[in-house]
Design a protein. Structure first.
Length: 386
């Protein structure tokens, strides 16, 4: 195991060791933005007197610099490797939401294997039940419907216990897919694979033959062998709201972002502008209120990203759907931080330690706290670079 100890020898005032999980190798569609967030979080944790243990498999990042954390492990982001680090370092807590989907997945696996409980490691910030509620598409749909939030019609195709993808006959697969398509109102549909990186195996499908292949691939890629079939909202306006919440249920909207390309184009490939330009104020206020209601119901602690689809249906505010929630920092969080000057990863790390928003100083203003929403009287645009 490769590690680098950069401790100064002085004991931290809080006497806590926090394990921060990185996002692994930078791939197209994910991971680059988490280096920004991870490095910011390490500094925030050290400001609070915590000893920071960082694990990331990619040495070509700022977060793995020897000055970023007290101890750096350059190891695979796998349950086996991280379990060994936990046995060596004996951390008091782990923060999963700053390593993107990779961090969430491996933390969930460590919890399921009993490793976190065995070593008395607390999942800090957003609890495991919330991670499950956002990653399990069917459970997420149930939670949203329970609070009256509109979601796209959907159904889940999954494998029975002990059933293998390879053993699934073509006729059985087709029957399951056909029934799912009928349930959501016919083609086109969106096939979404749960617990995958960067939306792997997901997309809009217009033909049944393509959908059969997409579902089989999705069942193989998904950590829990599930593919969600959803009514297509392709062509709707895609919006994202960055939201922050602490353990006292204080919430703020950091900003909203509008994708210039419609639903159906991946956000990483779309031009994004903040604040939104085409949504009427009635619609914005509805989605703003919905975003606050969603993060409170899910119990997320720290920053999160809530994705909406919106269209003009002739009413003053238009019509929207809650598409998904990322209970973690994301690609959009890095953009929102830079656009507004609100350090989402820094605040998320301090919230995970138990601090409230009104207790966290805003370094930019030097006068206000993290409980104040940023004021944006300008327009910021993100354009993908190929």
């Amino acid at each position: 195991m490769t590690d680098e100890d950069t401790s100064t020898g002085a004991g931290p005032s809080e006497d806590r060791t926090i394990l921060l999980i990185g996002s692994g190798p930078i791939q197209i569609g994910q991971a680059a933005e988490f280096d920004y967030s991870g490095a910011q979080a390490c500094r925030a944790l050290q400001e609070e007197g915590a000893r920071v243990v960082l694990v990331n498999s990619n040495p070509a990042t700022n977060m793995t610099d020897h000055e970023t954390a007290d101890r750096v492990y350059i190891e695979p982001i796998t349950p086996e490797a991280i379990a060994e680090i936990i046995r060596t370092e004996n951390p008091d807590g782990v923060i999963a939401g700053l390593g993107g989907q990779t961090g969430l997945n491996v933390t969930a696996e460590l919890a399921e294997q009993g490793i976190l409980a065995e070593h008395d490691v607390e999942i800090m910030g957003t609890p495991l039940d919330t991670i499950y509620a956002t990653e399990d598409r069917d459970l997420f749909k149930q939670r949203m419907e329970a609070i009256g939030q509109p979601v796209p019609a959907s159904t889940t195709i999954s494998l029975d216990e002990g059933e293998e993808v390879q053993a699934l006959t073509e006729d059985d697969l087709r029957d399951r897919v056909d029934a799912a398509v009928d349930e959501v109102g016919g083609l086109p549909v969106i096939a979404r694979t749960t617990y995958t990186l960067g939306g792997s195996g997901s997309g809009v499908v217009h033909e049944r033959e393509e959908l059969y292949g997409r579902v089989r691939k999705g069942l193989r890629l998904s950590r829990n062998s599930e593919v969600l079939i959803t009514e297509s909202i392709s062509g709707w306006v895609e919006l994202e709201y960055e939201v922050m919440r602490d353990a006292d249920n204080s919430c703020i909207i950091i900003c909203n972002m509008e994708n210039i390309d419609p639903m159906g184009i991946h956000t990483g490939e779309s031009i994004v502008v903040t604040p939104s330009q085409v949504i009427p104020d009635e619609g914005h206020q509805e989605m703003r209120n919905a975003a606050l209601e969603v993060i409170r119901d899910l119990g997320i602690q720290g920053g999160c990203n809530i994705q909406f689809a919106w269209r003009d249906d002739g009413t003053p505010g238009g019509e929207y759907r809650v598409v998904e929630v990322n209970p973690r920092v994301s690609r959009s969080s890095a953009l929102a931080s830079k656009a507004t000057g609100y350090p989402i990863a820094r605040v998320t790390a301090k919230v995970a330690l138990g601090k409230r928003l009104h207790e966290i100083e805003n370094e930019i203003t030097g006068e206000t706290t993290a409980a104040f929403e940023p004021a944006i009287d300008y327009v910021v645009t993100k354009i993908p670079r190929w």
